[in-house]
Each structure stands twice: as structure tokens, then as C-alpha cells.
Design a protein around this ligand. Structure first.
Ligand code: 5AD
Ligand code: SF4
Length: 441
């Protein structure tokens, strides 16, 4: 049988990257081999993100480019998957005639069946039904060869309905995987050499709420911590309103849990937090930060912030800046507010001029860069445990890995170190990485 080739282009978050890995595994089952060359492909999948307008535009422009390939190769199958596919549904077919398949976020497991139907009957398919069960997350995607770190989805969807966010509409209600399936997947991953897992979900802190298994997120972490071969556990994303004291205590009590938490604050203004429907005040958020730092003084805290939410006054924005000054995050992902169809925020008055949002974002990012740089410089002279992942991109004489606090470290060494946890003395802190000297392993 002639080899068939699959090309996947992924946009957006880790969740999408993971979904794409699963798609590749499923399609390998019907004879498709991954290629990095889109011109060689018999099947092209574009896995889209819809969280901000910019991500949507990127997916459309890539789709435009790839659709031209079909003019030269009429048998090429083009699939449009992910959040944007879920949002647009069959409209994609009328807008873009070259697309064969529109695949929603709950239907990844049906991909082989649909591709086979298109191959046979050359028909157009849209599959965007929501399911009341988790199918897709249970597809085991072996990590790429040599990977030490892997993502593991522990839940899908979200029930929080933050006013600006499309995720609950496009990924459906929150559903947790049963703990046995998660443990089983991680055990398999260890057999492929994985040593570090990052547990993925839109709000991992509420893991297990709807399960009858009596397992919450803390008990899941403890179960994973008992798995031989797993050295490090991380998780993302956390919602501040659901971050329990019991979970905070794990940063002191579970040695395999890494000292990093991504805790999106979104804004420092109570008025805006309320409009955003976030379910906590800035004071409550600050109390959680204090508790995290009391429990684990070396914890690294990163966050997401949205600038220019409708009605954000100069005073509201200043409160976000004041909060950043108070907390001094290790790093922040900051975004311009992007209006999304169907969300509660779309109906709010007080849209800000683009120039003002840009100005605020630039100032906020400059402040965060200063904090990140100061934090990284403060690590100089300290010894950090680094899990050696690969050769450094900067030099063939260097290796790279991450600290437990998720910082990238480059240091002199050879590939025989890959897979080891080594002690590295930090010699220089840059904005996006650290430089170090290995002292032992
Ligand atoms: N506009 C801007 N940023 C958004 N985010 C989610 N929705 C929007 C939006 N409509 C950001 C939030 C979230 C991160 C994943 O993306 O900060 O935490
Ligand atoms: Fe979106 Fe809020 Fe759910 Fe995060 S918690 S996915 S921001 S609705």
C-alpha cells in the first residue's frame, strides 16, 4: 500500500497541541504518516483556536494558503478542526469550498471514520455534536521519540463562563476523566521514557467535582506521585476561586510536585473582576498568593492578565499595575481584550479605543519584563535542579532543561545527560532563560 501523508498545523493552547497529537495517532491507524511538508500531504488538518480574534485570523490565513494546494492536487483532503470549527460549523463549507471536513472539539475520536468516508465518497462532512461522554481524551498518544515531558488531559470543557471567554461554548461543559484512565495513561507514558507530566484542563482545581469516584484534584496528584518513573508533576490552568488550602499544602507535602503555579488573575480591579464574572476579589487573590508563598517560599507564580476589558478606567488599570507591583509575578501572559461573539462581555458598554489598550498593554509588559528580569537575576549563585531535555538551541556544546520552577536553563554538557536531573549553579539570569554551570548529577 502506498504511504499516505498527513500534515497538521496547530494554533492556540497546549490543549490543542495535545489534541493534534491524538489526531495523528488515530490517523496512523488508517495508514497516515506525519509529514512536515504540506506539499507532500494527502490529508491536511488545521487545528484552530478561537480564544482571541488574532488566533482566528492566523488560522484563516493559513487555511487560505493550504487550500491553494488543492488546486494542484484535487484528491487532497482538507480538514478544519478545533474551536473555530466548532464555532462556525457547516458555514465553513460555504465560505471555503476546498474544505472537506469540519470537525468539532468533541469528535476527535471519529476522525478515522470520517476521513475514510471522504476518501470513499468524496462528500463534505460537518461533525460538531457535543457528547455527554469523554471519548477523545482516552486516545493514547505516545510522546514524540525521546520526550521526557508530556501533557496529560485530565478534563475537558469549562463551566465558569468568564464574561469574555468562548471556551465554555466551544469546548462544552466541564467533564473529568476517571482517575483510573489518567493513571493508566501516565503509567504507559513512563514506559515510553516520560519523567515529567503536566496535567491539563481549563480549571484543574475543580477536577473530580462531577465524578462519583470520591477523587478530587489533590487525591489525583497524590496517586500520580506514587507512580514509579514519574519525577516531576505540574498542572495548568488553575482558577483562583477553586484553589484550595489542601492543594496549596501539596506544594510542601508532595515532593514530586514542582514549585510553579500558573494562576490567572485577569485584573487587579474588583469592579472589573466582578464584570468578568471571575468569582474572587483582588483581596482574596492576594491572600491565596500569601498562603502559597508561606507554604512554599520558592514557588514561582505566573499569571494571565487582560488589558482593556469593556469599561476599564484608568483607575481600574492602575489597580492591576498596583497588584503586579505588590505580587511581583515571575512571568505574565498579557492580552488585549478581544471581543468574542456570544459572550456576556460583548453586550457591555464602554469599549476602549485600540490606541489606549495598546498603550496600557505596552506599559504593563514593560513592568512585567522588569520584574521577570529581577527575579531571574536574583537566582544567580543559586543551585537549581534541572531535568536535562535536549541539546540547547544556542550552541552544540550546551544542553537545555527546565528548573522545577519552569525556567529554561542552558549549560555546558553533552547529550549523555539527557533524561537526568542535574544540579546547576545559575551564573546569569536573562529575561527568557538562565545560564548555568553543572555541578553534579
Ligand atoms: N480576550 C483577551 N484575552 C482572553 N483570554 C481568554 N479570552 C480572552 C478574550 N476574549 C485570555 C485569558 C485566559 C487566557 C488563556 O486567554 O487571560 O486566561
Ligand atoms: Fe474561559 Fe474562564 Fe473557563 Fe478559563 S475559566 S476557560 S477564562 S471561562
Amino acid at each position: 500500500m502506498k504511504n499516505k501523508y498527513l500534515y497538521i498545523e496547530t494554533f492556540g493552547c497546549q490543549m490543542n497541541v495535545h489534541d493534534s497529537e491524538q489526531m495523528a495517532v488515530l490517523l496512523a491507524g488508517i495508514g497516515y504518516k506525519l509529514t512536515e511538508d504540506s506539499r507532500k500531504a494527502d490529508l491536511i488538518l488545521i487545528n484552530t483556536c478561537s480564544i482571541r480574534e488574532k488566533a482566528e485570523q492566523k488560522a484563516f490565513s493559513e487555511l487560505g494558503r493550504l487550500m491553494k494546494l488543492k488546486e494542484e492536487k484535487p484528491n487532497l483532503i482538507i480538514g478544519f478542526a478545533g474551536c473555530l470549527a466548532q464555532h462556525l460549523g457547516a458555514k465553513v463549507h460555504s465560505r471555503m469550498k476546498n474544505v472537506d471536513l469540519v470537525l468539532g472539539t468533541h469528535n476527535i475520536h471519529r476522525l478515522p471514520e470520517m476521513v475514510a468516508a471522504i476518501q470513499k465518497e468524496r462528500k463534505k462532512i460537518t461533525q460538531i455534536d457535543f457528547s455527554s461522554k469523554i471519548h477523545s481524551l482516552n486516545v493514547f498518544a505516545p510522546p514524540p521519540k525521546g520526550s521526557l515531558c508530556s501533557f496529560v488531559s485530565i478534563m475537558q470543557g469549562c463551566d465558569n463562563y468568564c464574561a469574555y471567554c468562548v471556551v465554555p461554548y466551544l469546548r462544552g461543559p466541564e467533564m473529568s476523566r476517571i482517575p483510573e484512565d489518567i493513571i493508566d495513561e501516565i503509567q504507559k507514558l513512563t514506559r515510553h521514557g516520560v519523567k515529567e507530566v503536566t496535567l491539563l484542563g481549563q480549571n484543574v482545581n475543580s477536577y473530580g467535582k462531577k465524578l462519583d469516584h470520591g477523587c478530587n484534584f489533590v487525591s489525583l496528584i497524590k496517586k500520580i506521585s506514587d507512580i514509579d518513573g514519574i519525577d516531576r508533576i505540574r498542572f495548568t490552568t488553575s482558577h483562583p476561586k477553586d484553589l484550595s488550602d489542601e492543594l496549596i499544602d501539596c506544594f510542601a507535602g508532595v515532593p514530586k510536585l514542582c514549585n510553579h503555579i500558573h494562576l490567572p488573575v485577569q485584573s487587579g480591579s474588583n469592579r472589573i473582576l466582578k464584570l468578568m464574572n471571575r468569582g474572587y476579589s483582588s483581596e482574596e487573590y492576594l491572600r491565596k498568593i500569601d498562603r502559597l508563598r508561606d507554604t512554599c517560599p520558592q514557588i514561582s507564580i505566573t499569571s494571565d492578565i487582560i488589558v482593556g476589558f469593556p469599561g476599564e478606567t484608568q483607575k481600574d488599570y492602575q489597580e492591576t499595575i498596583d497588584m503586579m507591583e505588590k505580587i511581583r509575578f515571575d512571568s505574565v501572559f498579557s492580552f488585549k481584550y478581544s471581543e468574542r461573539k456570544g459572550t456576556a462581555a460583548q453586550k457591555l458598554q464602554g469599549k476602549l479605543p485600540e490606541a489606549e489598550i495598546k498603550h496600557r498593554l505596552k506599559e504593563l509588559q514593560a513592568l512585567q519584563d522588569r520584574h521577570t528580569q529581577e527575579k531571574n537575576t536574583a537566582l544567580e549563585g543559586r543551585v537549581e535542579e534541572v531535568l536535562v531535555e535536549a541539546r540547547s538551541r544556542n550552541s552544540e556544546h550546551d544542553m537545555m532543561g527546565r528548573t522545577r520552577s519552569w525556567r529554561i536553563v542552558n549549560f555546558k554538557g553533552g547529550p549523555e545527560l539527557i533524561g537526568n536531573r542535574v544540579n546547576v549553579e545559575i551564573t546569569c539570569g536573562y529575561l527568557h532563560s538562565l545560564r548555568g554551570k553543572m555541578i553534579d548529577h
